[in-house]
Design a protein around this ligand. Structure first.
Ligand SMILES: Cc1cc2nc3c(=O)[nH]c(=O)nc-3n(C[C@H](O)[C@H](O)[C@H](O)COP(=O)(O)O)c2cc1C
Length: 225
């Protein structure tokens, strides 16, 4: 059982990567082999709409046909029994590299073909349980008020639609800066953020650990069907 963690934040060791790592630890505690990849090690391109994956009789096998630096990452995701993707909320959406990755991971697995009123899954596709973890400045209330539940929720819906199963976890009011006093950012209560990082963020870590365990249980359940 292989579980792939995908960090869509440029900052290693910060909120997003930490939560993805906790989720992978949860997966490992269930016996899964885990790997973490960082999407911000080099620039990645999104979908180019070449439609090679949509041509009749194509041999792409559900993997994007473009042979570039994204290809090894896509092969790993395609090979995984479950994937756990983490991204910061950037203006209501996943980060640019997370979006590039998702476009090219999900689109070749998206079927436009219907037979007897039912969608025919593309060759090479199967249910891959997915976890999506978002970290953000917003509070839970602001998440609703700003419409993030709709825009970020759409990523979860797309994962569910294409991969067959998805869970979402949100970490709110994350610690954004090491030293708030050095930043032109007095709208934040630095002490409250630091305190929250020591308390609520620990709970977020535990919840992501449980998400990792749950995704493995889901993948095991599917493999026994
Ligand atoms: C370019 C940019 C845009 C952001 N936009 C939002 C936003 O619209 N809403 C929000 O709640 N937080 C926003 N944030 C804050 C990040 O989502 C938050 O700090 C996140 O936890 C960063 O993840 P990291 O610590 O893993 O890098 C933004 C941060 C940056 C750098």
């Amino acid at each position: 059982m292989k579980v792939l963690g995908i960090n869509g934040s440029a900052r290693k060791g910060w909120n997003t990567q930490t939560l993805v790592m906790r989720a992978l630890e949860g997966a490992a505690s269930m016996g899964a082999e885990t790997e973490l990849i960082d999407l911000y090690t080099e620039p990645l391109k999104g979908c180019l709409e070449c439609f090679a994956c949509k041509r009749k009789g194509n041999k792409t096998g559900g993997i994007c046909a473009i042979r570039d630096n994204m290809r090894p990452l896509l092969e790993k995701a395609h090979d995984a029994d479950a994937v756990i993707i983490g991204s910061p909320n950037f203006f209501g959406y996943p980060s640019a590299m997370t979006r590039a990755f998702l476009e090219r991971f999900l689109y070749p697995l998206t079927s436009y073909k219907v037979e007897n009123g039912k969608r025919v899954p593309p060759a090479g596709s199967r249910t891959i349980p997915a976890g999506i973890i978002f970290t953000m400045n917003a509070s839970k209330e602001a998440y609703e008020m700003m419409g993030y539940s709709v825009s970020l929720g759409a990523t979860k819906s797309s994962l569910e639609y294409v991969l067959g199963y998805a869970e979402q976890y949100n970490s709110y009011m994350t610690l954004q800066f090491k030293d708030y006093s050095a930043m032109d950012a007095n709208m934040f209560d630095a002490d409250a953020r630091i305190n929250r990082h020591r308390t609520q963020f620990r709970i977020d870590e535990q919840n992501c650990y449980e998400m990792g365990r749950h995704l493995v249980a889901k993948a095991q359940e599917l493999s026994n069907l």
